[in-house]
Design a protein around this ligand. Structure first.
Ligand SMILES: [Zn+2]
Ligand SMILES: [Zn+2]
Ligand SMILES: [Zn+2]
Length: 510
């Protein structure tokens, strides 16, 4: 280290800074900008906070072990940054992030954002090696929808290529040795000459973006923007786990009214007038639970009565949905294993071999539908009835379903007066998607349980790790149908061995 900025007084510091605001590009990340600043001034994060931290941080003694958040800019003095670096850092960052999240942000019924930053942004550095060689890091690289460099079409890297360390997206001296340099000494920035480094820092134009999907996404038409705003993403799944999220979301725009399906993109739509459909029971209950028929009790108590009927109907409907999925499975994948299923539920203590298909099926149903025991599945038992006064979703998916339910009720005053057809349609589409996924998971875990002679006590906990990416769309326009989209096959074809198949075929041979 040649000198420390800290030794100067404030006025002199600004004059002596080596800095040019022309080095900064649109969508350059705060992390990248600070690394440049550090590099040019032989400074570290502690120096940056001494210059640009808020009053409290500037006066703080030990800054070397601290970490500073680069998405919300807590603890920075934004005016000092603006005056010192010549860029309104905070607004640049805020506007660019708002643009990136444009069609994705939503408010829930408590008027709180449904998603937080960590749903959309990676908390460790992702980067394009070519861009980093030039000392450029973009906030695009942190956005989980983007997997390749929009400028170079190169797959983003998430680790140091030398030591595989991940570097947190924050301002800190804990993760790097020198600016743009990993703790293992690997250099991400490779200037041609240490003295002429700034020749390589030329502001890059957004016109250089070669990726069509990124271009389309950043320049949505008003119509496309409104359509995507009707989309609900499930925050319980990890966006970074899907390689084609951006392509998938863009493909929603290409889907107009036709029911085209290919191997990758599946769509189900409701009847266009689903929000206006009212069943007989529903009509009857709306008329029954009113002040006229219950003059003695207040509105809230009447609503509770109505809600009780309402939740029973929702519960019956999704229970029937899972039973329907089970029926479909028995007709297709499990058609050759019906005797295996019977054998397992009728002889639970059978010391004989167990078929992994049957095993997956009975335990999946036991835990999906709250059967008292796996031997009651498809035997004498039926799914447990609920008599509660609140909506109770399948235990295993309660978070997903509760969030979706709240979202669907977010702009409605009384959900018990909304069309149940629409509500059930949505909930059932999602329940069925989740349910098939749980069956897949149980199927892939079944052989290992059988080998250990153990029965599972719940569904596998890696519950959404392999679920095909899915979104729900609820148009604000009441005349448009609801949509459910997913990408990839729901049912994973498995090649497990059924022990009874081999017995049968051996018998047939001899
Ligand atoms: Zn690049
Ligand atoms: Zn390294
Ligand atoms: Zn079998």
């Amino acid at each position: 280290m040649v000198f420390r900025l800290l030794t100067e007084t404030d006025n002199e510091v600004t004059e002596k800074l080596c800095w040019n605001d022309q080095w900064i590009s649109p969508y350059e990340s705060a992390w990248g900008i600070f690394e440049k600043f550090k590099y040019a001034n032989n400074a570290n994060s502690r120096d940056i906070m001494s210059l640009f931290g808020d009053e409290k941080v500037r006066n703080q003694k030990n800054k070397s072990k601290s970490k500073y958040d680069l998405l919300n800019f807590m603890k920075f003095d934004l005016n000092l940054i603006r005056d010192g670096l010549g860029i309104d850092f905070y607004h640049k960052n805020k506007i660019e992030i708002a643009h990136m999240l444009g069609p994705l942000t939503k408010k829930s019924y408590k008027n709180e954002p449904i998603y937080d930053y960590s749903f959309f942004f990676r908390d460790t550095i992702a980067y394009c090696p070519t861009c980093m060689e030039n000392g450029f890091h973009s906030i695009f690289f942190q956005f989980k929808l983007i997997k390749k460099c929009p400028y170079h079409d190169i797959l983003l890297l998430k680790e140091c290529p030398a030591c595989f360390a991940k570097i947190p997206y924050e301002l800190s001296d804990l993760n790097t040795l020198e600016p743009f340099q990993c703790k293992c000494e690997y250099r991400f920035f490779k200037p041609q000459s240490k003295l002429l480094f700034s020749n390589e820092w030329v502001s890059s134009n957004l016109d250089r973006i070669t990726c069509n999907n990124v271009n389309k996404y950043l320049n949505l038409t008003t119509g496309d923007m409104l359509r995507l705003k009707d989309m609900y993403l499930f925050k319980e799944i990890e966006l970074d786990a899907y390689p084609n999220v951006l392509e998938n979301i863009i493909s929603i725009l290409d889907f107009k009214d036709s029911q085209v399906e290919d191997n990758a993109h599946f769509i189900v739509t409701s009847a266009p007038n689903v929000k206006k459909i009212r069943g007989e029971k529903e009509k009857y209950e709306i008329q029954k639970y009113t002040k006229v028929n219950f003059p003695g009790i207040n509105e809230e108590a009447i609503r509770k009565l109505r809600f009780h009927e309402f939740q029973k109907e929702i519960y019956q409907s999704y229970t029937a949905t899972i039973t329907g999925v089970a029926g479909q499975l028995r007709k297709t994948l499990l058609s050759k294993h019906r005797t295996c299923i019977n054998r397992l539920i009728k002889n639970p203590n059978d010391k004989m071999q167990i078929c992994p298909y049957a095993f997956a099926y009975v335990f999946w149903r036991e835990y999906s539908q709250n059967f008292s025991n796996h031997t009651s599945v498809d035997n004498y038992g039926s799914p447990k009835r609920l008599v509660k006064n609140h909506i109770e979703f399948p235990q295993f998916d309660v978070e997903v379903m509760q969030n979706l339910y709240e979202f669907l009720g977010s702009d409605i005053e009384d959900i018990t007066l909304e069309s149940r057809a629409a509500l059930k349609w949505f909930l059932n589409r999602v329940i069925s998607h989740l349910s098939i996924n749980h069956f897949n998971n149980m199927l892939s875990a079944s052989q290992s349980y059988i080998d250990r002679r153990k029965f599972p006590s719940t569904l596998p906990y890696t519950k959404y790790d392999k679920i095909p990416f899915f979104v729900a769309i609820r148009p604000k326009d009441r005349n448009k149908p609801l949509e459910f989209h997913w990408w990839g096959q729901q049912l994973i074809i498995s090649n497990l061995n059924c022990p009874f198949n081999t017995v049968k075929s051996k018998r047939a041979q001899s």
